[in-house]
Design a binder for this molecule. Sequence first.
Ligand code: SF4
Ligand code: SF4
Length: 107
Amino acid sequence: MINFGYTSNKDRQIVFDENDRSVYQILQSKEPSVDICIQCGTCSSTCTTGQFTQFSLRQIIVNIHRGEMDFINEDIRKCMFCGKCQLVCPRSVNTRNIIQVLITILN
Ligand code: SF4
Ligand code: SF4
């Protein structure tokens, strides 16, 4: 078998009814612009931290929306608050505040 240097993700099922989505609801109330994110990934593709790590703001928003909180608390602390994501976001999501609010909620 040819080794292309990457693998596909394992299949997995997401059961929304069983996930705790309370963090997303708090985030929504404190930073409503999270709701207009279209998960385009522009923030992640320009992210300073993302150039050196697996950090992805798009993925963080998706996971919190699903109620999948594994590693979120650890991941958000990698952000350097440079603000590039906010400059390029086509929906003008207040990305830096999303991270700031998450750090406060998860502290
Ligand atoms: S660039 Fe904006 S709309 Fe696109 S994924 Fe990031 S926060 Fe969401
Ligand atoms: S503010 Fe944080 S998430 Fe946004 S581009 Fe900079 S390091 Fe990445």
